[in-house]
Design a protein around this ligand. Structure first.
Ligand SMILES: Cc1cc2nc3c(=O)[nH]c(=O)nc-3n(C[C@H](O)[C@H](O)[C@H](O)COP(=O)(O)OP(=O)(O)OC[C@H]3O[C@@H](n4cnc5c(N)ncnc54)[C@H](O)[C@@H]3O)c2cc1C
Length: 493
């Protein structure tokens, strides 16, 4: 029996005056996609379905006893335009805050001690030679090897390589292990020996191709400056709404309701079929409802999209499942400031994989951001779990807390009892853009090209950051709308 014949339900009404769209997944991608659809086709009937009771997906902010605790992302990059752009459209522009400049310094662990990250890194790469010359993070030999970047020839062949292979080839192993790897792991929780350069940081390879060296490329792009309106205000590199990341979710939810979108939460989509004529999709929901839609946008993690497509397009499902994911957790812990042996003057620290420790980074949240802890109190967040080091997550919440507290004891001298703590787990929460990722995404897109009006979007494909996800959702919304409008024009002709 085909999935189309199994998914019998309400009548498919392809002659509806208004096209119907369903967005599956209420993370930032799905919310941004639904809004774009509503803006471009105000007459359309738009339904967003989210499995959890709350919207936001990886964005979750908890407020407790005056603390503002982020379980997932704590900010977004300002250099990528759709983060700020969407916030401004939603009236949140004036609420965006940057990091607390009084504490602007970050540390890297070396042999169990914290050393200051050299100033002047542009997109992870050193672009000021003075701070690099002075840092004790890299040995004199490592610095000499790094300088070879200025004379080493560029790679001739166009084949993709891993992030580690590229950095080691240009700057040497020590710079990769001690500097680039821990910073990169903070973004992808990944293993640079598996991540694709073309899928993660293609601009670095472009620097080599165009300017003959990685540092030369970074210096050239710095000289050229960012492409932006000279009249636009200069923004701090990272931004977050003062109230917390979920202010963005709340504003999107209110905006979607105002525009008449139907938001269904606490119910999963369990299956998708297509009517035999191919002009409409049927979605089965966990509560037994069946919805029909001319356009469907799957803004779920890739493996969840695969589960939905198993019956409809097993080839697409196989391609989606080939995108690996890693599990992580964040553990936020609150203290009274007087209970700390010394103030936390900085944004926190990252831990290179070669240090062999279970905690990969530690953010001193209340020093990095304003308004995250009441006066006289401190909030710290530890990151646990990364590619190849996920076993630690099998522990209970109490064990994860103990692990993070032991890290704080060793590195920050904190032995006091916490006032409160929160553990947020992200099983399979970080897609890994490993070597061949762009081919895998192309394979997914090629399969779905045969099914007009059905698209995927989100962090698994072309960028994990919040602005990338917004752009992905909005672009997919434009594509799904164009496909549906083209089909309707054909039918009308
Ligand atoms: C710990 C952590 C820290 C991060 N820090 C940052 C940061 O500081 N800055 C930054 O820019 N990015 C950060 N990221 C990345 C960023 O948060 C994510 O990439 C982004 O939020 C993903 O959004 P999404 O909408 O694509 O996916 P998700 O947020 O995963 O949303 C997908 C939604 O689909 C729903 N769903 C799944 N299956 C179904 C179904 N069958 N039916 C209905 N609904 C379904 C899920 O419940 C979920 O709500 C971080 C990520 C993590 C995990």
């Amino acid at each position: 029996m085909t999935s189309a014949s199994r998914l019998q339900g309400d009548e498919i009404r392809t002659d509806d005056p208004a096209p119907r769209f369903v967005v599956v997944g209420g993370g930032i991608t799905g919310l941004a996609a639904a809004r774009r659809l509503a803006l471009l086709a105000p007459e359309a009937v738009i339904t967003l379905i989210e499995r959890e009771e709350r919207l936001g997906g990886k964005i979750v902010t908890e407020r407790v006893d005056g603390f503002t605790i982020e379980g997932g992302p704590d900010s977004f990059l300002s250099v990528k335009p759709r983060g700020i752009g969407l916030c401004e459209e939603l009236g949140l522009g004036g609420q965006l805050q940057g990091t607390d400049e009084r504490h602007r310094r970050t540390f890297v662990m070396k042999a169990g001690r914290l050393q200051r990250l050299p100033e002047g890194l542009t997109g992870l790469i050193p672009s000021r030679l003075g701070p690099m010359a002075r840092t004790s993070l890299i040995s004199p030999l490592g610095k000499a090897r790094m300088a070879l970047d200025f004379v080493l020839p560029r790679k001739r062949d166009e084949r993709d390589e891993t992030l580690a292979a590229f950095i080691e080839r240009r700057l040497g192993r020590e710079v990769y292990d001690r500097l680039i790897e821990p910073l990169m792991a903070g973004i992808y929780a990944g293993d640079g020996r598996q991540l694709s350069l073309a899928a993660t940081l293609p601009q670095l390879r472009m620097g080599e191709v165009r300017h003959g060296g990685l540092i030369k490329g970074v210096l050239a792009s710095k000289r050229a400056g960012p492409i932006r309106d000279p009249a636009a205000p200069t923004r701090p590199p990272f931004l977050v709404p003062r109230e917390g990341m979920d202010a963005l979710v709340a504003a999107l939810e209110a905006d979607l309701r105002d525009r008449g979108c139907r938001l269904i939460t606490g119910v999963a989509v369990t299956e998708i079929g297509q009517d035999p004529g191919g002009s409409a999709y049927r979605l089965r929901l966990g509560d037994g409802q069946i919805l029909t839609a001319a356009g469907v946008l799957l803004a779920t993690p890739a493996f969840a999209a695969a589960d939905l497509l198993d019956g409809l397009d097993s080839g697409a499902a196989v391609a989606l499942r080939a995108i690996p994911h890693v599990s992580t957790a964040t553990v936020s812990v609150a203290y009274r400031a007087v209970d700390l042996p010394r103030p936390l003057d900085g944004y926190g620290y990252v831990v290179p994989r070669i240090e062999g420790r279970p905690v990969l980074a530690c953010t001193w949240t209340s020093s990095k951001w304003h308004h995250r802890a009441p006066d006289g109190h401190v909030l710290i967040r530890g990151f646990v779990g990364r590619a190849g080091q996920e076993a630690v997550l099998s522990g209970s919440d109490a064990e994860l807390l103990a692990l993070v507290r032991e890290e704080f004891r060793q590195m920050l001298g904190i032995t006091a009892e916490p006032l409160l703590h929160r553990v947020f787990r992200w099983p399979q929460g970080m897609p890994q853009y490993t070597l061949g990722h762009l081919d895998r995404v192309a394979a997914v897109e090629a399969r779905l090209a045969a099914r007009p009006g059905l698209l995927v979007a989100g962090h698994a494909y072309r960028g994990v950051g919040i602005p990338d996800c917004i752009r992905s959702g909005e672009t997919a919304a434009e594509q799904v709308l164009a496909a549906v409008q083209a089909a309707r024009s054909r039918e009308a002709a």
